[in-house]
Design a protein around this ligand. Structure first.
Ligand code: GTP
Length: 264
């Protein structure tokens, strides 16, 4: 029950997969692909939507913030703009999150994964108190993994790549949860370049130097910092459109969940 220490009844399943990504990374399409993949592969998944402002979701959600919080009314009632409305809706939902956790706990024996979609504005989840409360609530009850969706073609320039990785790095250190980088859109651009840059920072520094438009001292230093970060995560190439890489993705989630069970 919820009164007991979480550790005493900590189970290996379900694994919570919190999906985050910059606007345009393809997060929604990727979520849709994950949901279809679970259906096709007889994986027992539960879907949670944490975006109060989304109008139509291309996939069904078992737990939906929109069933509890009326975003439009929150905006009116508190006289807020769109982002304030989303943030306040998330705050309201976070106050009831123990109920959400008990719903999942009751079904734990029938579930392999809970796939969690977050608001399109990434920082509303990653930099808010309610995002932290929700993440904590998950992580103290189930193995929890962050999936960070990367727009691979848009990250081909070394400086853009580095900015994106620094953001992912900040999420890793804020949540202290295992992180999987999902390099999306590999149907358009393979993620091989990213793997090479992550493998060997000198290769990355050479790429920065070749990019003459940029003063590279800072990038050179930061690449050393990121080198440490890369050792603490898993990377897979995926395409939300073609479905490539789904097996690799779930393997990386499984390995991260194992790591979670050993570490936390
Ligand atoms: P939200 O912020 O949650 O609304 O989603 P998003 O903006 O991160 O991603 P969305 O799924 O709306 O995708 C953004 C664009 O990328 C759309 O035009 C998608 O069709 C496209 N896209 C997403 N995944 C892929 C992919 O794997 N391959 C290709 N070629 N395009 C993709």
């Amino acid at each position: 029950g919820s009164g007991q220490a979480a550790v005493s009844n900590f189970k290996r399943k379900p694994v919570i997969v919190i999906v985050v990504g910059m606007a345009g990374s393809g997060k929604t399409t990727f979520m849709h692909r994950l949901v279809s993949h679970t259906h096709e592969s007889n994986i027992r998944g539960y879907v949670m939507n944490l975006d109060p402002a989304v109008i139509t979701l291309p996939f069904g959600a078992n737990i939906d913030i929109r069933d509890t919080v009326r975003y439009k009314e929150v905006m009116k009632q508190f006289n807020l703009g769109p982002n304030g409305g989303i943030l306040t809706s998330l705050n309201l939902f976070a106050t009831k999150f123990d109920e959400v956790i008990s719903v999942i706990e009751k079904r734990a024996d029938q579930l392999d994964y809970v796939l969690v979609d977050t608001p399109g504005q990434i920082e509303i989840f990653t930099w808010s108190a309610s995002g932290a409360i929700i993440t904590e609530a998950f992580a103290s009850t189930f193995p929890t993994v962050i999936a960070y969706v990367v727009d691979t073609p848009r990250s081909a320039s070394p400086v853009t790549f580095m900015s994106n990785m620094l953001y992912a790095c900040s999420i890793l250190y804020k949540t202290r949860l295992p992180l999987v980088l999902a390099f999306n859109k590999i149907d358009v651009a393979q993620h091989q370049f990213a793997l090479e840059w992550m493998e060997d920072f000198e290769t990355f520094q050479a790429a920065v130097n070749a990019d003459s438009s940029y003063s590279s001292n800072l990038a050179q230093s930061l690449s050393l910092v990121l080198d440490e970060f890369y050792k603490n995560l898993r990377s897979v190439g995926v395409s939300a459109v073609t479905g490539a890489g789904m097996k690799d993705f779930f393997n990386a989630i499984e390995a991260s969940a194992d790591e979670y069970m050993e570490t936390y």
